[in-house]
Ligand binder design. Structure first.
Ligand code: MG
Ligand code: MG
Length: 259
């Protein structure tokens, strides 16, 4: 969507602030021995306590056969994105890489953000995968200036993984957001600079680089939602919702520790 008024802008900033706070709490709660179902309950509770709604619960993406049954998308290790915590008995264990992806609706404004955290301590490659993916997100944010094109974001994300040994998942990517969970334009995680829709002031976008430790190929599990790496290698995912403003991008979903 496109923001037109200061009031709408203020609502998005507050929505993003709230989501950042919730995601940071979830990241800290992802400890060894915690079940993925508990983290989903916690996400829902924290959002509802603030008087807001979990945007993903009951949402049916285009082309999907059923509504998403949880508040949180939680993807562990070889799960890339869209893992369903309410349908898994999984207990987190030391060394797991956990992707936490959450949408929050505040006063009608939908914001979307994700991070990947280690459960306890990860290994060197795990930390590197998270660091490179988080850095790709920052690079993507930096090029999201008014007058730039969607392809500039895609190209920047793709370039961030060159010579890292990791594989960006090109078929997944970011999107417009705000009124609905997924809006136009789709922002692929790879592409040509200067192509695609032009970014204009007021746009609300979710940018989300996703990368695998091994090969880029992903498969969808039998649940119809969970993307997994085909080679079983681990994956990382970072996402922020941004507003395109005259002076550049404004990240609304920064977590307290990022500020
Ligand atoms: Mg998301
Ligand atoms: Mg998203």
């Amino acid at each position: 969507m496109i923001i037109h008024t200061q009031k709408e802008r203020d609502i998005f900033i507050e929505a993003g602030r709230r989501l950042g706070v919730v995601l940071e709490k979830l990241g800290k709660a992802a400890r060894p021995g915690v079940s993925v179902g508990e983290l989903d309950k916690m996400a829902e509770q924290l959002i509802c306590d603030g008087g807001d709604e979990p945007s993903f619960l009951g949402y049916t993406p285009e082309g999907s056969g059923r509504a998403y049954p949880a508040s949180l998308c939680l993807s562990v290790n070889e799960e890339v994105v869209h893992g369903i915590p309410t349908e898994s008995p999984r207990i987190l264990k030391e060394g797991d890489l956990v992707g936490l992806d959450l949408g929050l609706t505040h006063n009608g404004a939908i914001v979307d953000s994700a991070l990947t955290v280690p459960v306890g301590k990860s290994n060197k490659t795990g930390y590197k995968l998270m660091e490179v993916t988080a850095t790709a997100l920052e690079a993507a944010i930096a090029v999201s200036q008014p007058g730039a094109h969607v392809g500039d974001i895609s190209h920047t994300i793709e370039q961030s993984f060159v010579s890292t040994g990791f594989s960006v998942v090109k078929i997944l990517g970011g999107h417009g957001v705000g009124k609905y969970v997924h809006e136009e334009p789709f922002i692929a995680n790879a592409g040509r600079a200067g192509t695609g829709e032009e970014l204009v002031t007021g746009m609300v976008l979710a940018l989300e680089p996703i990368a695998n430790e091994g090969r880029a190929s992903v498969i969808i599990a039998n649940d119809g939602y969970t993307y997994c790496t085909k080679d079983g290698s681990r994956s990382a995912h970072f996402e922020h919702t941004i507003l395109i403003e005259e002076n550049g991008p404004l990240v609304v979903t920064r977590r307290p520790s990022e500020k």
